[in-house]
Design a protein around this ligand. Structure first.
Ligand code: AMP
Ligand code: MG
Length: 537
């Protein structure tokens, strides 16, 4: 039997679409769909290009519930047609947003939604506004020399990861649906002269707004200050309602809030071992959400220098340990773009300070919480945290398993407890034996850590419960997504569904899904898609 709330879910065609972005902001006056520079506008009207034989292969009931949408009954369902870009409903005014960005540290000029098309906004029963955006919906004025499509493998990765991140408690855009089509496009996955035909797919992404740092940058770079004002006022009024647009310091206050939100997002990434992979300023959300899942990856082995992105393999600008520094660099670029709005010349610096203060506070608390410590770290705790960081780098250690198992170790004094601790942590290590240096430093650290933990005075159950809320058991390991992709390419979509289910409860034990919590298997160490990805998608 359906519950009352399920009964109240409707088809997408029965939803009233709103379009505050389109109504409020300056449009590109040209409506034909051709690649071009677009001056003095925040977006261009453009319709999705239909695909052949769309098939719904995944759906997020959680996002459906937020939007009040019923799961489609089959591939003929009008909701599937709409989310495939094959049908519009009255009231929809789809568009592609105009933005620029710094890519790998260099200003790249106009980029824009080259394959993402926003259908409109849904205002749900709670009064929340959600933008629905199709990724892979065909060419737009911003497609440059590309085809406007997204392929199945990258779409599966974006769909699964944005939902997994949400359930991990990381600020992120969401995903409603994943649709595959019969159309194919050519991709040279590693840009090494091996082009192949790949299946097209579309993800419906959902967020309050997909506005990025780059939407502001392009306006300022081109001297379009009236439009800059309009966009800032729109984003503040619509998405930062606590800020008073009449206050003389509103833009500076708002910029600081963006700095704080970004700091919090990065803290979460570092907590769960997520590496974004392409932190260009066009991939930084103005709401502090994780956005644009491309060649991202998850740390299996703890290695601050790791990046999954082969396009960045040489300089490693976007490596795990560098994400906080890149975030602040990106915020400085945003600050430059917003500079014409600031009344105080010190505002950018104030924002940077805000980031530093907020990040060091939230990061310190997070690192302490991962160890089960309730307070922000004092000097001795900071040393303990630092020493663990060094030890984890000595030998290939699975970050997720290590922290999860740490909640289970006995804290008692004495040799028996000490050797039991090492045994409990064993599954976290990728090599079967420890070097003497590693074993000795780890044992000494555990001794200190156990003593520190005893001083917290928690009973073991409470300690475990607390730590298990911060240290996930399940992350979307790169090889798991790759297995789901391999199966989907053979027509089997069941692993996508299973992974979705498991990743909805990443902090729960779920013993029936133990295999999904295991160390990365050896075969996945160097396999494409598991450890190495390119921007090709
Ligand atoms: P990304 O690296 O995915 O963040 O994309 C950078 C820019 O390239 C954005 O403007 C994208 O819209 C655009 N882009 C990436 N792939 C495609 C594609 N297949 N077709 C059109 N534009 C694309
Ligand atoms: Mg992007």
């Amino acid at each position: 039997m359906q519950s009352a709330s399920e009964n109240s879910l409707v088809a997408l065609s029965d939803v009233n679409f709103d379009d505050s972005f389109v109504r409020t902001l300056p449009a590109d006056p040209r409506e034909e769909n051709g690649v071009r520079p677009v001056p003095n506008a925040c977006f261009s009207f453009v319709k999705p290009t239909p695909v052949r034989q769309p098939r719904l292969i995944a759906w997020s009931d959680a996002v459906g519930a937020i939007l009040g949408l019923a799961r489609p009954k089959g591939d003929q369902d009008s909701t599937v047609e709409i989310l495939a870009g094959n049908r519009l409903v009255p009231g929809m005014r789809p568009y592609a947003a105009r933005y620029g960005g710094h890519q790998f540290g260099h200003w790249a000029g106009q980029l824009g939604d080259g394959r993402a098309i926003t259908l409109g906004e849904i205002v749900n029963r709670e009064g929340q506004r959600w933008e629905l955006q199709l990724k892979g919906a065909g060419p737009t004025p911003y497609s440059r020399n590309a085809d406007g499509r997204a392929v199945l493998r990258s779409s599966i990765r974006e769909f699964l990861c944005s939902e997994a991140m949400h359930h991990l408690g990381v600020p992120t855009t969401r995903a409603l649906s994943l649709i595959r089509a019969d159309d194919q496009v050519v991709r040279d996955m590693f840009y090494d002269g091996h082009p192949q035909l790949e299946t097209c797919a579309l993800v419906t992404r959902v967020a309050p707004t997909f506005v990025r740092f780059g939407n502001f940058q392009i306006l300022t770079v081109n001297g379009e200050l009236k439009e800059l004002h309009q966009l800032a006022d729109y984003v503040i009024a619509q998405h930062y309602p606590d800020f008073n647009l009449w206050s003389p310091t509103v833009y500076g206050d708002w910029f600081k809030e963006i700095c704080r939100r970004t700091a919090l997002m990065i803290t979460h990434w570092q907590r769960v071992g997520f590496v974004h992979g392409v932190m260009n300023t066009d991939n930084m959300s103005i709401l502090g959400l994780t956005i644009d899942y491309g060649p991202y990856g998850w740390l299996d082995v703890y290695d601050p220098d790791w990046t999954p992105n082969t396009t960045d393999a040489h300089r490693r600008r976007y490596r795990f340990g560098h994400q906080p520094a890149v975030a602040i660099w990106n915020l400085a670029q945003l600050g430059q773009a917003l500079q014409p709005l600031f009344t105080d010349p010190q505002t950018i610096e104030a924002g940077m300070n805000e980031f530093h203060a907020h990040f060091s506070e939230s990061y310190g608390r997070m690192k302490a919480a991962k160890l089960g410590l309730a307070e922000a770290p004092d000097r001795a705790d900071a040393e303990l945290i630092q020493e663990l960081d060094e030890i984890l780098k000595l030998e290939p250690t699975d970050m997720t398993i290590f922290y999860r198992k740490l909640a289970d170790i006995p804290l008692a004094e004495g040799d028996a407890a000490a050797s039991e601790r090492l045994g409990i942590l064993e599954p976290a290590f990728y090599s079967p034996t420890r070097t003497p240096l590693h074993a000795q430093r780890l044992a000494a650290w555990l001794e200190r850590y156990a003593a520190r933990s005893r001083s917290e005075g928690l009973d073991p159950e409470e300690r475990r419960r607390r730590m298990n809320q911060v240290n996930p058991k399940f992350i979307l390991r790169n090889y798991l997504s790759q297995q789901a992709i391999d199966a989907a390419e053979q027509g089997d979509h069941s692993l996508i569904e299973r992974l979705m289910q498991v990743m909805q409860r990443p902090y729960d034990e779920q013993p029936e899904h133990e295999t999904f919590a295991a160390r990365r298997p050896e075969w996945a160490e160097n396999r494409a898609g598991c450890s190495a990805l390119s921007c090709s998608s």
